[in-house]
Design a protein around this ligand. Structure first.
Ligand code: PEP
Length: 250
């Protein structure tokens, strides 16, 4: 059985003071979280603070992005080994905001997965379709293309040490979540696609749903058989709301 996982993607939000308050709230409420593993992904500059505040707690942490390059002359970039220095467990890779605002291709995302794993961390590989792609009936084609790029470059076994997040782009930050059935259908499709290469990896890999998950809709989404938890944006910035989501994990 796969363990549920709920990860907060704080995006470009937070300050030293707000992060301290948020993490204190989360740590206080963690006693109520029985089933889910929990993680948070702050902006890079707060990793030191987050790692200090969360050391010895039940909450893991990670980064929101990484360079595909080894250390060197890449001004403004952050290499995977640097994230390892801060004991990141996870690195979000290929978030739709990276793909759409910063032009990250499927191949670049696959390379990033590889460098994260080579540095001993777990990539959270984000996949998902745009609204116009869904409306054109291309959801499966798009998700398969994004997934296949990783399988082609890194092999299916690499997914045994990865987390996948299905995040329909039209549901991210819009307040309009996919229905539990819409999400389940794509999660099942993803698992099926992986099973064509390895039934074992397909059974093992955690597939999270992301896109306007809130305290009020988490339980219904997480109850679906192929939804193993969530990648949470806006609602991860409020301790009570995030804890309610974590409690909804099966
Ligand atoms: C996200 O950024 O990964 C996300 C799912 O955002 P939100 O929960 O705010 O839709």
């Amino acid at each position: 059985m796969r363990q549920s996982l709920v990860v907060g993607n704080w995006k470009m939000n937070g300050s030293t003071a707000s992060i301290q308050a948020l993490l204190e709230g989360l740590k206080q409420g963690m006693g109520k979280i029985q089933r889910a593993a929990v993680g948070v992904c702050p902006p890079f500059v707060y990793l030191q603070q987050v790692s200090t505040l969360l050391a010895g707690s039940q909450i893991s942490w990670g980064a929101q992005n990484v360079s595909h390059e080894a250390p060197g002359a890449f001004t403004g970039e952050v290499a995977a080994n640097m994230l390892g220095d801060f004991k990141c467990k996870y690195v979000i890779v290929g978030h739709s905001e990276r793909r759409s605002l910063y032009g990250e291709s499927d191949e670049l995302v696959a390379k990033k997965c590889a460098v994260v794993q080579a540095a001993g961390m777990i990539p959270i590989l984000c996949v998902g379709e745009l609204l116009q792609e869904r409306e054109a009936g291309q959801t499966e084609t798009v998700v398969k293309r994004q997934l296949d790029a990783v399988i082609r470059m890194n092999g299916v076994d690499s997914l045994a040490n990865a987390v996948i997040a299905y995040e329909p782009v039209w549901a991210i930050g819009t307040g309009k979540s996919a229905t539990s059935q819409q999400a389940q259908d794509v999660h099942a499709f993803i698992r099926q696609q992986i099973a064509q290469h390895s039934a074992n990896v397909a059974q093992k890999v955690q597939i999270l749903y992301g896109g306007s998950v809130k305290g009020s809709n988490a339980e219904e989404l997480f109850a679906m058989s192929d939804i193993d938890g969530g990648l949470i944006g806006g609602a991860a910035l409020k301790a009570d709301e995030f804890l309610t989501i974590c409690q909804a994990a099966k």
